[in-house]
Design a protein around this ligand. Structure first.
Ligand SMILES: [Zn+2]
Length: 483
């Protein structure tokens, strides 16, 4: 039984071929790969000839990433593409790695060769049933019945039903299904999740109660009565300083400078040890806009803080500096509301994963990224990211902040008995390499890695995260380049 042929080594390296056997019908009369046939997302087929696991729904993934599309030739002559790759955990002992996502598929395939390569299992076939045995415990953990020469199981009669005997697993699955995107997106809920779902179909907006939200979020300040905004990006920017924070960060930061573009509402934050660093950050930001966006800032709005008094510099750059009057501090309301939003999301991220508060700067940077991709009524339900970059953000790389993950160790540096992966925490997305920012739980060190497996419902004890190593690299702004 071979539903997908191995990759053709001599031809195009990324092309799989589905063999002609798949054009036969199942006992239920549905053609397995007929593109227009009824979709059964919960149906799985064990395939002895398939090189790869394949699924048809992104919701089945525990974690996944976008890949350069792999062309798949169907037996009816049509072509389709695998667009994502990821990890599915069907049970705590069964992990399916490098699973391909093909939207047009009607069934989900488990490659038997990959299944046994990555899990310590023994599969025994006869003409009616396939038995699955855990080689570690020697216990039979499941069986799959044969239908028309195919070993098929569906949601009502599936391997997960045989395997998911543990109440804990049901609990984890429930949390994962209902709140995963709420947690990934900085505890976003209500209308905004539904809006994002229209653009990103993989988002599941079902929502259970969330304690972190209750603990973290203050009532939002009301929207301003006027919704007028500048005509173009960087015509007007708002700047403000927040701090001092009652908890000094791992790198002694107490303040952050917030810069908001009036037209797009895109936000940048710069961490600071003292307020006197403001001047340097502003000068760098003015140069950054000139170089990256080929435009100039026309007006800077701030409160009356002395840190923003750089009149000579503004003059040489041709920038007007407008300050809010003492009697009308609400003129600085945009920055004030943004600070409250940033802190609400930062608190939710920290409370949910229960890490030490000394990491607040990492949470703040990730919160800034999440707020920039969040739809807002002020922008007619598009996001600051959409407005500034005029393209969709790739949300497939978002993970639950602070979750447990395993980072592959570099092959060049490891000995035969060294661990192949190290337990870590997810702390964000690196802005230039597109790697993940992870915190090594053994060495208390920050790493940037592309080979990471995420457990987005697992969070280590708070005490294990506390760092006494002050040589950890600085947190990097997630939001200074297009991700
Ligand atoms: Zn929440």
């Amino acid at each position: 039984m071979a539903l997908i042929k191995p990759t053709n080594d001599t031809g195009s390296a990324s092309t799989n071929q589905i063999s002609s056997i798949v054009s036969t019908s199942t006992a239920t009369g549905k053609t397995i790969f007929g593109l227009n046939s009824h979709k059964e997302k919960g149906t799985w087929i064990l395939d002895s000839g398939a090189k790869d696991h394949v699924v048809s729904s992104l919701n089945l993934f525990q974690s996944y990433e976008k890949i350069n599309p792999i062309t798949i030739n169907l037996p009816n002559g049509m072509k389709t593409k695998a667009t994502h790759k990821g990890v599915i955990q069907t049970y705590d002992k069964i992990i399916l790695k490098d699973v391909l996502f093909i939207l047009d598929f009607c069934y989900n395939l488990i490659s038997i060769s990959k299944l046994v390569a990555h899990n310590h299992l023994c599969l025994t076939f006869n003409n009616t049933v396939c038995s699955i045995q855990d080689m570690t415990t020697n216990k039979k953990i499941g069986s799959v019945n044969s239908h028309a020469s195919l070993y098929i199981f569906s949601d009502s009669n599936n391997i997960q039903q045989h395997l998911n005997n543990s109440a804990n697993i049901h609990q984890i699955c429930k949390v994962r299904c209902n709140n995963l995107w709420h947690n990934r997106l900085g505890h976003m809920f209500d209308r905004r999740l539904d809006i994002l779902k229209q653009k990103y179909h993989c988002i599941d907006s079902r929502f259970d109660k969330c304690n972190a939200c209750h603990s973290a979020k203050q009532k939002r300040l009301p929207f301003p009565s006027s919704t007028a905004y500048a005509l173009h990006p960087f015509d007007v920017i708002h700047v403000d300083i927040w701090g001092p924070c009652s908890v000094v960060s791992l790198h002694s930061h107490k303040y952050f400078l917030t810069i908001i573009d009036d037209h797009t509402r895109y936000t940048w934050v710069h961490l600071m040890k003292t307020k006197s660093e403001t001047r340097q950050h502003l000068i760098h930001f003015i140069a950054y806009v000139k170089n990256q966006f080929k435009t100039t800032i026309k007006v800077i709005r701030s409160d009356n803080g002395s840190e923003f008094n750089m009149h000579d510099y503004y003059k040489t750059e041709g920038i007007f500096h407008q300050t809010s009057c003492n009697e009308t501090p609400q003129q600085n309301g945009i920055a004030e509301r943004k600070h409250q939003h940033l802190l609400n999301v930062t608190r939710a991220l920290i409370f949910y994963c229960n890490i030490s508060i000394q990491f607040w700067t990492y949470a703040l940077n990730y919160a800034t990224l999440l707020i920039n991709i969040m739809p807002t009524p002020f922008l007619q339900d598009s996001s600051p990211y959409d407005r500034l970059y005029k393209k969709d953000f790739d949300i497939s790389r978002l993970k639950v902040f602070g979750c447990l993950c395993y980072v592959s160790t570099l092959q060049a540096n490891r000995k035969k008995l060294d661990p192949r992966a190290k337990p870590s925490l997810f702390f964000g997305i690196h802005p230039t390499t597109k790697g993940y920012i992870t915190y090594d739980l053994d060495k208390h060190d920050i790493k940037i890695s592309r080979n990471v497996i995420f457990y987005e419902t697992d969070f280590p004890d708070k005490n294990s995260t506390i760092a006494d190593n002050l040589h950890v690299p600085l947190p990097l702004n997630n939001n200074q380049i297009v991700l």
